[in-house]
Design a protein around this ligand. Structure first.
Ligand SMILES: Cc1cc2nc3c(=O)[nH]c(=O)nc-3n(C[C@H](O)[C@H](O)[C@H](O)COP(=O)(O)OP(=O)(O)OC[C@H]3O[C@@H](n4cnc5c(N)ncnc54)[C@H](O)[C@@H]3O)c2cc1C
Length: 206
């Protein structure tokens, strides 16, 4: 007899309700991971999942009067919450700006790569996208209009992004592999960014 088993995992909302986009999550396959492989291989339209109420503090309290600069630092599936945030800010905070720093191995696996390119073209004054690819060759051809730096999100890259003067009202959101998150935390502290301005989301074990 088959016994049903329950697997509980957290997934960030990657859509934006204020931008009128239906609720969406983005599940990246993790090795032999149970849930992510189930979602990628077997889950189909019409299936039902049990979900809890939303949790977590990695989000932006939108204010239509705000005139902020948001630095979103993402790598891999860490783009999921950023994709939601950037669309929400563009719709609901008309005076705020966004710098997205987005790290990937190469251009084959850039989640939301095309969508973000389209959004950036629609908001050239408000959304700046900076890709960071560790293997660049093909990317230069495919993403010719995008800003691409070669390497990883590290001290050199962060020094460039956070070169003074910074705008007065800014916030930083970081979401990527644990090692990147921890490195960013340390580097941003060394760059004298106040820790209350830096928000970090961990997907895996710290
Ligand atoms: C707050 C929060 C938000 C999250 N949001 C997202 C999201 O938007 N999109 C998304 O794809 N994932 C997200 N995750 C990760 C997700 O919850 C699962 O951990 C991931 O999908 C793996 O689950 P699994 O059942 O496939 O793997 P499991 O069967 O649980 O694990 C299989 C193997 O993979 C390792 N592993 C587990 N998780 C990770 C990981 N994240 N990175 C690397 N190795 C891992 C385990 O140690 C184990 O060795 C989030 C996690 C948290 C805590």
């Amino acid at each position: 007899m088959l016994v049903a088993q329950e697997y509980k995992r957290s997934y960030s909302v990657s859509s934006s309700s204020v931008a009128d986009i239906p609720l969406q999550i983005t599940v990246k396959r993790v090795g032999d991971g149970v849930t992510s492989n189930y979602a990628n291989n077997l889950l189909k339209v019409g299936d039902a999942l049990d979900v809890t109420t939303p949790r977590g503090k990695f989000c932006i309290e939108l204010n239509p009067e705000a005139e902020k600069t948001y630095y979103l630092i993402a790598a891999g599936s860490g783009i999921a919450p950023m994709h939601s945030m950037l669309q929400s800010v563009l719709v609901a905070e008309p005076k705020s700006k966004i710098h997205l720093l987005y790290g990937n191995r190469n251009d084959d696996n850039i989640i939301f790569g095309k969508e973000i390119m389209v959004i950036a073209k629609q908001h050239p004054e408000r959304l700046k996208v900076q890709h960071v690819l560790s293997k660049q060759s093909k990317a230069l051809r495919l993403l010719e209009n995008e800003n691409i730096w070669e390497g990883r999100i590290d001290e050199n890259i962060l020094k460039k992004v956070f070169a003074p003067p910074l705008s007065e009202d800014y916030k930083v959101f970081v979401c990527g592999p644990s090692e990147m998150n921890l490195a960013c935390k340390e580097i941003l502290a060394n760059l004298d960014l106040p820790k209350e301005k830096v928000h970090i989301e961990f997907f895996g074990k710290i």
